[in-house]
Design a protein around this ligand. Structure first.
Ligand code: AMP
Ligand code: AMP
Length: 363
């Protein structure tokens, strides 16, 4: 039986339900929905329900044995509950882009953006047009003229990334360790500190907000410095970037104007590049697509000269916002109540529903 199509018609937020998958940033998404007086539900893979029960953040827990069991029947259940799915990093990782595109249940955000951020060339075109500083890309190893990071596609946790400062070094490591792998990108290695900027672009107010910043705690990149360089070599230790947790950061205040300007340019260009369907508020004008909205993150490296390079964009809530369930120093300035990114999403959806603009925030 084909799934029924959702009908975002009611103007009562209690007629809807915020839904997400049990991992990544689900705790704050669920709590955020509660705080805004909305129903919520979480879909958990069997065995991962405990935190959602223990912290008592979910009105309903639906358990499935495997992500592969996500099917039309489950979607029909979501549609029956008028559920709005909030995508996060684990959701995209488990579902895959194709399945997400085909989903019929209500989905918060612009689905078309998935293609722009997952295709490195398209992502680069977007960020270059937005005048964002990007690490140089070396098309071939012979072009390497400074320290470069070699990233293999699908390298889980950045395992197997390596650094080379010329073609000779590149071929030496590649032939010795990865002779079979030919799907890689060679990027200029930016020496500086990694910094993840968390934004929220509102479709309702039109305002871009900076919610918070984090840095990641990665294994074993964040522990290698505890061993002398010569011992690292002797023990044949390789750098990997497996994410283990996130650490809050407050940035030097004079960097904030640039961070705001970068976010605004990225949003503006997403509309110019016609990402997503035309916004109904635009009267059907060209260049008035919905573009990028809701939470997104610019993944940056800041150099000693305070240049801000972006090595990736994430067009949804990132788990680096998790330390801020009670709000961040930035949201404390803007809001009277503790405002997490999860809660900000629920508030946006609530306002959209009440103003009859729900379709504006759905993809
Ligand atoms: P998980 O559900 O924890 O297995 O994560 C699935 C994917 O989401 C990972 O491969 C990461 O890319 C991303 N992810 C999960 N947790 C975090 C985190 N705390 N910070 C950054 N990325 C994360
Ligand atoms: P990624 O798999 O793209 O998320 O990258 C994993 C880690 O590699 C990040 O946490 C960054 O610290 C680091 N990294 C990625 N690209 C660069 C770059 N171009 N320059 C310096 N460090 C980078």
């Amino acid at each position: 039986m084909p799934s029924p199509s959702p009908k975002p018609a009611s103007k009562k937020s209690s007629d809807y339900c915020i839904a997400t998958l049990g991992s990544h940033s689900a705790l704050q998404i669920l709590k955020g929905a509660r705080d805004e007086g909305m129903r919520n539900l979480v879909i958990c893979k069997k065995g991962s329900e405990h935190p959602y029960k223990s912290y008592d953040v979910a009105d309903e827990i639906i358990t499935i044995s495997d992500w592969a069991d996500w099917n039309e029947a489950l979607e029909a259940e979501l549609i029956k509950r008028n559920a709005i799915i909030i995508p996060h990093g684990s959701f995209i990782a488990y579902m895959g882009h194709e399945r997400v595109q085909k989903m019929k249940a209500m989905y918060y955000g612009t689905k078309e953006i998935l293609q722009w951020e997952s295709d490195r060339r398209m992502e680069r075109q977007w960020l270059e047009k937005a005048n964002i500083l990007l690490p140089r890309v070396f098309e071939q190893p012979e072009d390497i003229d400074r320290a470069a990071i070699v990233k293999f596609h699908g390298a889980s946790g950045g395992f197997g990334y390596f650094i080379a400062k010329n073609a000779e070094q590149f071929h030496e490591v590649k032939n010795r360790k990865y002779p079979e792998q030919n799907d890689f990108v060679i990027q200029e290695y930016i020496v500086g500190v990694p910094l993840y900027a968390h934004y929220f672009q509102s479709q309702i107010t039109g305002e871009l907000e900076i919610m918070s910043f984090d840095k990641r705690y990665e294994s074993n990149a964040d522990s290698i410095g505890r061993i002398k360089a010569e011992d690292q070599l002797a023990a044949n230790i390789h750098t990997s970037y497996t994410i283990v947790g996130n650490i809050p950061v407050v940035v030097r205040e004079s960097l904030l104007p640039e961070f705001f300007a970068m976010g605004e340019r990225v949003v503006q260009v997403s509309k110019e590049l016609d990402m997503g369907p035309t916004s109904s508020a635009s009267g059907g004008l060209r260049g008035a697509s919905k573009g990028l909205f809701g939470p997104f993150c610019l993944e940056c490296i800041v150099t000693r000269k305070l240049q801000i390079f972006v090595f990736e964009i994430s067009a949804r809530i990132v788990a680096g916002t998790n330390p801020f369930i009670e709000g961040s120093p930035y949201t404390a300035l803007k809001y009277k109540e503790p405002m997490s990114t999860g809660r900000r999403i629920a508030r946006e959806i609530k306002h959209a529903i009440e103003q009859g603009k729900l379709s504006e925030v759905l993809g």
